[in-house]
Design a protein around this ligand. Structure first.
Ligand code: ADP
Length: 611
């Protein structure tokens, strides 16, 4: 068999095989109409190769003409799908150019079939035998050129412009392989075909038409691109599967309850942790309305929370409880996200919960402790003072009473003389002095009584007090700003006592803030080091203190509150002074009160001890 026949048959066969391959790709993914275009191109390229072969061995001008016209059709079936393939595959081509080229190609096809001697020849007069350089014979047509051939040439020229433009834009968007391989391939081989064919038509280059070869090259470039795309897609699919598996493993093992919710608000997925927590099996939960999980009281909240996620499309946190199979109710904080399909449509919701039952209980306990501590702080000292006084004064008062009664009896009966009466009065005076001493001593005890000293980290104490007051601050909409440097030195004082001072000042500030609007309730805690002393300030954005009263705040029993005791600040002063510090109040420029107190740092203490 001759090399020409072998080569062109191979071109045809390869094109058909590639066409078949593209059919398979299309069958696998029918949504991609682009595969159909490449099928058409590949088969048309195969048909062009066969017409090329026929033209080489045509035995009469009539056969040659018919084959030329047929080839006009096969070329049309390559070029037009190719233009739309580029349009669909690149996404960067210009639509108007695509339509212009399609129209020009359509016009060429019509001219081709209307012209008696095809689009190439105005008149085909004869066939001429030619020889390849290795000596093989084939025929070419001899005749005058058809002036209308300008139309397909214009179409080819526009194709080059069109593909060049689309490739440059694809390159800029980062699709480099597509731009180089497919775009570059089309341009190169269209230019080669556009140069070679007219030279053959004009009899300048003595070779057979090689249109099918150029187009086969383009089809190969397309195939490479499509197959590598398909391979990439399958790799992505594998990766997605692996990542899906990772997600599933995570959801199945995470120690948090997870619920999938479908479009009808029914449970579509629950993880094992939720089964364990609720005591229900998966099968009992799937398909149930998610609103029913929280019992009647919470179902409205569930529906409202989910609607919010769907409407706003945002991540949402809501609190609703879970009624377990045992009837126990657990409080949960749910974070819900909306899931979407690949086209962006709603695919349900995913809620991940956090069981905060124990945390809420702990907060309630803390609040209780805090109330107790507050109560103790405010009543302890008074109680102690009162019972101490009663106890100590009982004895001298009783002695005074009995002496006075004896004196009265003596005076009434005249049984006591003047000396005895003076003695009784002396006793009364002595007992009275003793009573006064008791009061003095008690006071002194209160001022300088046994005090406990330990190394106290003020930052920690502030933190503890804030913990205790957290719920109170939240309930009263107070924002707390704590500004304590990390390197605060320790102080030497009683931890519980300092806690009491802070607690008192904070409670006073919170109470003062009740008189200002919610959005303007702020408390700041600051600490600085001044001359070796730690100075702690608590300021609030409340109404402040009337300046006339500033000096009286720390007096015992001074209060402006209806049910106040007026002991809080005096106790604070007693504690602070017992540890060698000072406490004072002032009004802050811009509104609010500031209560500051100092405490010597532990270094100061040791200096004093050693120095
Ligand atoms: P009580 O709290 O029982 O009134 P305190 O000794 O703690 O006793 O407070 C005395 C008074 O000081 C309060 O009645 C109040 O008038 C005033 N006071 C205390 N803290 C503040 C504050 N942060 N802002 C305004 N006034 C305050």
């Amino acid at each position: 068999m001759s090399p020409l026949t072998v080569a062109w048959s191979m071109f045809a066969a390869t094109s058909f095989v590639l066409g078949g391959l593209h059919v398979i790709l299309w069958l696998k993914d029918r949504q991609r109409w682009i595969y159909l275009l490449s099928v058409l191109m590949a088969f048309a390229a195969g048909a062009t190769a066969l017409t090329d072969l026929g033209l080489m061995y045509a035995d009469s001008p009539e056969t040659f003409r018919t084959l030329l016209k047929l080839q006009g059709l096969t070329i049309f079936l390559i070029l037009v799908p190719m233009v739309w393939f580029v349009y669909g595959h690149f996404g960067t081509a210009r639509l108007w150019l695509a339509w212009t080229i399609t129209s020009l190609s359509g016009v060429s096809l019509v001219i081709n079939f209307l012209s008696p001697h095809s689009l190439v020849f105005a008149e085909l007069v004869a066939l001429e035998s030619a020889t390849t350089f290795w000596g093989e014979q084939f025929v070419t047509g001899v005749g005058s050129a058809n002036p209308w051939v300008i139309v397909p040439h214009a179409a080819s020229f526009l194709i080059v412009i069109y593909v060049l433009d689309a490739s440059v834009r694809a390159w800029r968007r980062g699709f480099r392989q597509r731009a180089i391989l497919t775009g570059g391939g089309i341009i190169l081989f269209t230019v080669l075909a556009g140069v070679h064919t007219p030279l053959v038509d004009a009899g300048i280059v003595p070779t057979p038409y090689m249109v099918s070869f150029w187009f086969l090259a383009i089809v190969v470039a397309f195939s490479y691109e499509l197959v590598s795309n398909a391979v990439q897609v399958s790799r992505y699919a594998r990766e997605i599967k692996a990542s899906e598996k990772r997600w599933r493993t995570l959801m199945e093992n995470v120690q948090l309850p997870v619920i999938g919710i479908d479009g009808d608000r029914r449970i579509s997925y629950v993880n094992p942790f939720l089964e364990k927590l609720s005591g229900y099996r998966r099968a009992e939960l799937i398909g149930r309305s998610v609103g029913s999980l929280g019992g009647e009281s919470d179902s409205v909240e569930v529906v409202r929370a989910l609607a919010q996620v769907e409407n706003i499309g945002a991540r949402h946190q809501s609190r609703w409880s879970l009624v377990c199979a045992s009837g126990e109710k657990r409080d949960l904080l749910w974070s819900t996200v909306e899931l979407q399909n690949s086209d962006g449509s709603h695919a349900g919701l995913l809620s991940v919960g956090e069981d905060i039952t124990d945390r809420l209980q702990a907060t309630r306990d803390l609040q209780h402790t805090q109330r107790e501590l507050e109560h103790m702080t405010r009543t302890n000292i008074l109680g102690e003072l009162a019972s101490g006084l009663a106890h100590e004064l009982n004895q001298p008062l009783a002695a005074i009473l009995s002496n006075a009664q004896a004196a009265r009896r003596g005076l009434a009966s005249g049984s006591t003389n003047r000396v005895e009466q003076l003695e009784i009065l002396e006793d009364i005076i002595r007992d009275d002095k003793r009573a006064a001493e008791v009061i003095q001593r008690l006071r002194a005890l209160l001022h300088r009584g046994e005090i406990k000293r330990e190394i106290v980290n003020v930052k920690e104490v502030v933190h503890e007090v804030n913990q205790l007051l957290h719920a109170e601050l939240v309930a009263r909409h107070v924002t707390l700003n704590v500004d304590l440097p990390d390197d605060l030195p320790d102080v030497e004082a009683g931890r519980v006592e300092i806690q009491q001072v802070l607690m008192n000042l904070m409670l006073n500030a919170i109470r003062a803030l009740a008189r200002v609007p919610k959005e303007n309730r702020q408390i700041g805690i600051h600490a600085i080091l001044v001359d070796g002393e730690l100075q702690i300030a608590i300021d609030d954005s409340g109404p402040g203190v009337e300046s006339d009263n500033l000096g009286r705040l720390f007096e015992a029993f001074y209060t402006t509150e209806n049910n106040g005791l007026g002991m809080g600040l005096s106790i604070c002063r007693r504690i602070v002074e017992a540890y060698g510090g000072r406490i004072w109040a002032e009004n802050v420029v811009g509104g609010g009160a500031r209560f500051s107190f100092t405490l010597p740092t532990s270094e100061m203490h040791s200096l004093k001890r050693h120095g």
